[in-house]
Ligand binder design. Structure first.
Ligand SMILES: [Zn+2]
Length: 575
């Protein structure tokens, strides 16, 4: 399989994401994208911002800006942060793009043709003062159960009773406070997911290699209670993709938009279209990633997401794709593998956007380089259960793994070489038993590491990578070239020649995790990044006389004072 399509769940436009969001989809997706590129495969790595829906409208209103302007600004903020973390998207698109608008309308038209979309009438609350229908949670009033006067239309926060807006006493708009509300009949479109239930079940059941987290959530939604429910896919809002049937008007749906969860996953496809348009490429160029009747039949498609997104990606979006393919005009690429994640907690509790508890992406980059965060987050990725960020654990991983093990080896070897042999790979000496043992161990470990990366077993890959670094340190410790130099300079030269090659091998293997440090190492060595399938050959890759420079210290240690200050700084109540 030579072509890999990778998508990360698309972050909502509203606000800056925390480290838990980052490790739940974008960062592991980037790891996998970088790994596959390093293996010489053709990769298309896509992400975007999810821009439609009421929360974006309300955030824009709060910021005193038109919603499109607000979204454009926040897209730039998120784009800059993703660049800061080295997320190597081929395209970071926008769900509000013209491309997504057209594709969303296209898919809706096809699904209607397939008999999978139905119009239903329902009663909703309309606010005259706001000039709009109000979703349940934007209606407030007094709880009929406990008398709490700020109960929401879906639930009373005080007594937790589930409510309908019509249950509330003295209901009012949460946006304007107006009490001029009325029940109005309105029509909406429903996606008939229930009709696809058997087809979806067969498909999920065929995915025996998927993480249990993914399939268990999908099966629960398929079969729990009354089973998979049909979903409303339209809303009475201004901000969104206007409801159209392909390029035709949709009678009775004037003034309505598609609901955000319908258009958001379609943006995965639209992002490829945006990618092609941005470079003046043709339709063919992005169809070959997404249309199995137009060249995408050999593409492997892998999605990354947090567990809360699994139902949409295992049931709703596949309904869109399978339902459209069933009409028989064109066939679109269905996902091949879904890697899902549990949650990352923060220091004994949860990350909280509203309370500013935990570390957010902008803050993280303001205190330390991206590689430090990438290493800890990926090494502790919440794969089989929730994980927890603590400053103690973070300090330990940075100081021990990065600074003591990897950074120290690079520094010692290059500095020792410069002082004794100059800034070039020294000649003299031959490999002996210690080298044979190291090569043997590394050959096995590199194979194991590679297998974990292929399987997207991130924690296992990280721990194998660390073991690979440790093996080099132990080699250097036991062969002690600084001591050998006094008795037998040729022997020391041989050890250092192999160790310089070891640095290149580490740079290549580590690049998906810590791309910036890896780049520094390769640049210092004037070396290429060919993957070390054969460790013995890789450790003889840089020839005698090859010039290098001593890199700056790769990693600074985190002091106890810094750690303690950050514990306090990020405890909550962000300014
Ligand atoms: Zn109540």
């Amino acid at each position: 399989m030579d072509r890999i399509l990778i998508t990360s769940a698309i972050p909502y436009i509203n606000g800056i994401k925390h480290l838990g969001n980052l490790v739940g989809s974008q960062l592991p997706a980037d790891l996998f994208a970088r790994y596959n590129r390093a293996r010489g495969r053709e990769v298309m790595f896509l992400c975007a911002t999810d821009e439609h829906g009421t929360p974006a409208e309300l955030a824009a209103a709060k910021a005193g800006k038109p919603v499109d302007e607000y979204c454009a600004e926040m897209w730039q903020v998120q784009k800059d942060l993703s660049d800061g973390f080295g997320l190597s998207f081929d395209k970071f698109g926008r769900s509000s793009s013209e491309q997504n608008k057209a594709l969303t309308q296209y898919f809706a038209g096809r699904l209607f043709e397939a008999g999978l979309i139905e119009e239903r009438s329902e009663t909703q609350v309309y606010s005259h003062a706001d000039g709009r229908f109000l979703p349940d949670r934007y209606i407030e009033g007094t709880c009929p159960n406990c008398g709490y006067d700020r109960a929401r239309g879906d639930q009373c926060e005080n007594c937790t009773k589930q409510l309908d807006p019509t249950d509330l006493i003295d209901p009012r708009s949460a946006i304007s406070g107006s009490t001029e509300l009325e029940q109005r009949e309105t029509k909406h479109l429903y996606l008939l997911q229930s009709r696809m239930r058997d087809q979806l079940r067969d498909w999920i059941n065929s995915k025996t290699d998927w993480p249990v987290l993914t399939t268990s959530i999908a099966k629960k939604w398929l079969d729990d209670g009354d089973g998979l429910q049909d979903r409303g896919i339209t809303r009475d809002l201004d901000w969104g993709v206007p409801v159209m049937r392909g390029t035709e008007d949709w009678p009775g749906m004037e003034g309505k938009v598609f609901y955000v969860w319908f258009d958001a996953p379609i943006e995965y496809i639209a992002a490829a279209h945006e990618w092609a348009d941005a470079q003046g490429l043709s339709q063919e160029d992005w169809y070959r990633w997404w249309r199995t009747d137009q060249g995408a039949e050999d593409v492997r498609y892998v999605q990354f997401m947090g567990k809360d997104n699994v139902p949409f990606h295992t049931l709703s979006f596949p309904t869109t794709i399978m339902g459209t393919n069933g009409v028989g005009h064109e066939t679109w690429k269905l996902v091949d593998y879904i890697k899902s994640f549990n949650y990352l907690n923060y220091d004994g509790g949860q990350f909280s956007t509203s309370q500013g508890r935990g570390v957010f992406m902008d803050q993280a980059l303001s205190i330390l380089p991206a590689d430090y965060w990438r290493w800890w987050l990926l090494r502790n990725a919440p794969e089989t259960s929730d994980a927890e960020f603590t400053w103690q654990s973070f300090q330990g991983a940075v100081n021990k793994d990065l600074a003591d093990v990897l950074g120290n080896l690079v520094s010692r070897v290059t500095k020792f070489c410069r002082s004794k042999f100059g800034e070039e790979v020294p000649s003299g000496g031959v490999n002996g038993e210690a080298e044979a043992r190291l090569i043997n161990e590394l050959q096995t470990r590199v194979e194991t590491y590679t297998r974990h990366m292929e399987d997207i077993e991130i924690r296992k890959a990280a721990s194998e990578l660390r073991a690979i670094w440790v093996a080099g340190n132990e080699y250097l410790q036991s062969t002690a070239p600084w001591a050998a130099y006094k008795e037998d300079p040729a022997r020391a030269a041989g050890i250092i020649r192999l160790s310089l090659n070891l640095i290149r091998l580490y740079a290549v293997l580590s690049a998906p995790f810590i791309p910036n440090a890896s780049k520094t190492m390769l640049e210092a060595l004037n070396a290429d990044d060919a993957w070390p399938d054969d460790v013995a050959a890789a450790l003889a890759h840089l020839p005698e006389g090859h010039a290098f420079t001593v890199p700056e210290n790769l990693f600074a240690k985190i002091t106890d004072d810094q750690r303690d200050a950050w514990v306090t700084q990020f405890a909550g109540q962000r300014a």
